[in-house]
Design a protein around this ligand. Structure first.
Ligand SMILES: Cc1cc2nc3c(=O)[nH]c(=O)nc-3n(C[C@H](O)[C@H](O)[C@H](O)COP(=O)(O)O)c2cc1C
Length: 161
């Protein structure tokens, strides 16, 4: 295989930008992600791919729930991305900086998100260096009806290839 072509082509997938919220017991976390996709209308199912060695993975494995927060193309949206891309472990206070409420599942829902939904995990698939979680959407909300969601291309970063 031509590795250069593989990376080039895979980086041409269009993505949005999200904060994955997770919860296990009293512990909450948020993580920047773009590997998010709807995979069924009925029931409404969404798949997210989460790095095996991330803290988010530990929390989702324990709590079996997650939220997906759609990030706004704005200064506050970019600030959320900047903070939530840091690993939870050395920071430990990622959740002190931005307002959130907890939803039906207990996962964090960020006030600055354009919209959000929360899921119960119905299936977990080992997927190389990531875990693929299939979640059933059990609740959703809109914070900013007229805001523009941030795309990976507009952000100008890469995660893929
Ligand atoms: C643009 C971008 C997109 C990312 N998308 C994902 C993703 O879809 N899944 C994932 O597991 N990590 C993704 N990451 C990496 C995580 O945000 C990063 O590993 C984070 O530190 C994990 O946080 P945690 O340790 O608190 O779980 C992405 C990073 C960047 C820069």
């Amino acid at each position: 295989m031509d590795d250069n072509a593989k990376s080039h082509a895979l980086n041409q997938i269009n993505y949005g930008m999200y904060i994955i919220g997770s919860r296990n017991g009293e512990e909450l976390n948020g993580m920047t992600a773009n590997w998010v996709i709807q995979v069924s209308f009925d029931p409404p199912l969404v798949a997210i791919a989460i790095e095996n060695d991330s803290h988010t993975r530990k929390l989702i494995d324990g709590g079996r729930v997650f939220s997906v927060n759609v990030v706004e193309d704005s200064e506050v949206g970019r600030a959320l991305i900047d903070l939530m891309v840091k690993p939870q472990k050395p920071y430990r206070n990622k959740m002190d900086k931005f307002e959130f409420v907890t939803g039906e599942t207990g996962a964090p829902l960020f006030t600055d998100a354009v919209s959000w939904w929360e899921c119960e995990v119905v299936n977990t698939i080992e997927s190389g260096d990531h875990q693929l979680y299939i979640g059933k959407v059990v609740n959703a909300g809109i914070n900013k009806a007229d805001a523009t969601p941030l795309s990976l291309a507009a952000l100008g970063w890469h995660y893929g290839g």
